[in-house]
Design a protein around this ligand. Structure first.
Ligand SMILES: CC(C)(COP(=O)(O)OP(=O)(O)OC[C@H]1O[C@@H](n2cnc3c(N)ncnc32)[C@H](O)[C@@H]1OP(=O)(O)O)[C@@H](O)C(=O)NCCC(=O)NCCS
Length: 321
C-alpha cells in the first residue's frame, strides 16, 4: 500500500467499487458462508446508490477503498424522536489502516452530520470491527448496547412445538390496543430506554408508531395472539432481499415482538413465532432472523427453543449533537 493517501475524500454516491470484506464466520456451520456474507455485508455500492446516502471514503488508493463510511438521514426516526436524525449506514476500515484513519473517518462523518443539521445519529457495527470503535468514541458515539443476530434455518423447518393460543392477522381496528401493547412490552434495556439524553418517552413514541406502521403496510404480516378476548402478544414480519451466490434471495425478519407482561411464560411468543416462521418456510424463504439485546436472555431462550442460532453480534452506538 505504498500509494496510500491519508487525505479525506468525498466520493459521490454510487461510485463505490468495493464491498466490505469477509467477516469471521467459522462459528456458523449451520448456514452457508455465501448467504451469511451477503446478508452481513449488504453491498456498499447498493447502499451508496440509495437516495440521500452520502459516501465518505478515507485512505483510498487506485486499487481499493481502505476506509469508508456511509451516512443516511432517517426522516421517519426524526419525526418519532423529535430531532433531525441520521445513521452511519455502514463504516469499514481495513485491518492494515494506520491508526489515524478511523479518527479521520469519524471526523468527516461528524462534520457531515453537523453540516446536515442532525442532532442524533445511530451506528451498528459488527463486534469484530474493533478498529472503528476508538474513532467512533473520539467523535461522540457512545455504546448503548450490544445486539445478537439470531437466525432460523427454514430450509428443513420442523418446529418442535405447535401453537397453544389463538392467533390471527392484525387488523386496523386492533391499532389502539396494539399500540398500547407495543409500549407496555418495551424491554427496560432497549437502546432508547438506556440512552440518557433521549427523552424518556422517545422509545414509547417510536415503538407505538412502528407497530401502527407495520399494520399499515411496513410489515409483510403482523400476527397477534388473543388470550381471554384480549390482545396478549404481537409479532411483525418483513422480508428483505439479500445478495447470495445464487442471486437475490428473500430473507425473513422478525422485526418487532412483545407479549403483555401479564401473559408471559404461557407460550404466547412461541405460538406467534411458530406461525410466522411456518408461513415463511411455506413460502420457500430459506432463513429468518431476529436482532435482540445481549441482555434479553428470555428472548434468546425462547428463540433458541424454536431452533434459532446466534449468527453474530453488533454494537449499537448513539451520537447526540
Ligand atoms: C421475550 C418475550 C417475547 C417472551 O414471550 P413469552 O410469551 O413469555 O414466551 P413463551 O412463554 O412463548 O416462552 C417460550 C420459552 O422461552 C422461555 N422464556 C420466555 N421468557 C423467558 C425469560 N425471561 N427467562 C427465561 N426463559 C424465558 C419460556 O420459559 C419458554 O421455555 P420453556 O417452555 O422451556 O419454559 C416476552 O418476555 C416479552 O415480551 N419481552 C419484552 C419484549 C421483548 O423483549 N421483545 C423482544 C425484542 S427482540
Amino acid at each position: 500500500m505504498s500509494t496510500a493517501s491519508h487525505s479525506v475524500d468525498f466520493v459521490q454516491a454510487g461510485q463505490l467499487v468495493r464491498q466490505t470484506p469477509n467477516l469471521p464466520l467459522e462459528h456458523l456451520p449451520h448456514v452457508s458462508r455465501a448467504a451469511v456474507e451477503c446478508h452481513e455485508t449488504e453491498s456498499l455500492q447498493e447502499k451508496a446508490a440509495k437516495e440521500g446516502v452520502s459516501a465518505t471514503a478515507v485512505w483510498t488508493t487506485p486499487e481499493r477503498l481502505g476506509a469508508v463510511g456511509l451516512l443516511t438521514p432517517l426522516p421517519w426516526d426524526s419525526v418519532q424522536l423529535g430531532r433531525p436524525s441520521g445513521r452511519i449506514a455502514a463504516a469499514y476500515v481495513e485491518p492494515d489502516a494506520p491508526e489515524s484513519v478511523p479518527a479521520a473517518l469519524f471526523a468527516n462523518l461528524e462534520q457531515q452530520m453537523r453540516g446536515a443539521g442532525m442532532r442524533f445519529a445511530d451506528f451498528h457495527a459488527h463486534v469484530a470491527h474493533r478498529p472503528l470503535f476508538a474513532g467512533a468514541a473520539a467523535h461522540g458515539f457512545r455504546l448503548m448496547t450490544t445486539h445478537l443476530v439470531m437466525v432460523w434455518d427454514l430450509r428443513d423447518w420442523q418446529p418442535p412445538f405447535g401453537p397453544t393460543c389463538d392467533l390471527r392477522l392484525a387488523e386496523e381496528s386492533d391499532l389502539p390496543a396494539l399500540e398500547d401493547l407495543a409500549e407496555r412490552a418495551i424491554p427496560p434495556f432497549s437502546r432508547f430506554a438506556v440512552d440518557p439524553i433521549l427523552p424518556p418517552q422517545a422509545g414509547a413514541t417510536l415503538f407505538r408508531a412502528w407497530a401502527a406502521n407495520s399494520v399499515r403496510g411496513y410489515a409483510d404480516a403482523v400476527d397477534v395472539a388473543v388470550v381471554e378476548g384480549r390482545l396478549a402478544g404481537y409479532c411483525t414480519w418483513r422480508k428483505q432481499a439479500v445478495d447470495t451466490a445464487d442471486g437475490k434471495k428473500e430473507w425473513g425478519v422478525l422485526d418487532l415482538t412483545g407479549v403483555d407482561p401479564e401473559a408471559r411464560d404461557r407460550g404466547v411468543f412461541r405460538s406467534l413465532a411458530h406461525r410466522g416462521l411456518s408461513r415463511m418456510a411455506a413460502q420457500g424463504i430459506p432463513f429468518a432472523q431476529v436482532i435482540t439485546d445481549v441482555m434479553n436472555t428470555g428472548m434468546q431462550r425462547a428463540c433458541g427453543l424454536l431452533g434459532a442460532k446466534t449468527l453474530s453480534a453488533r454494537h449499537t452506538f448513539h451520537w447526540h449533537a
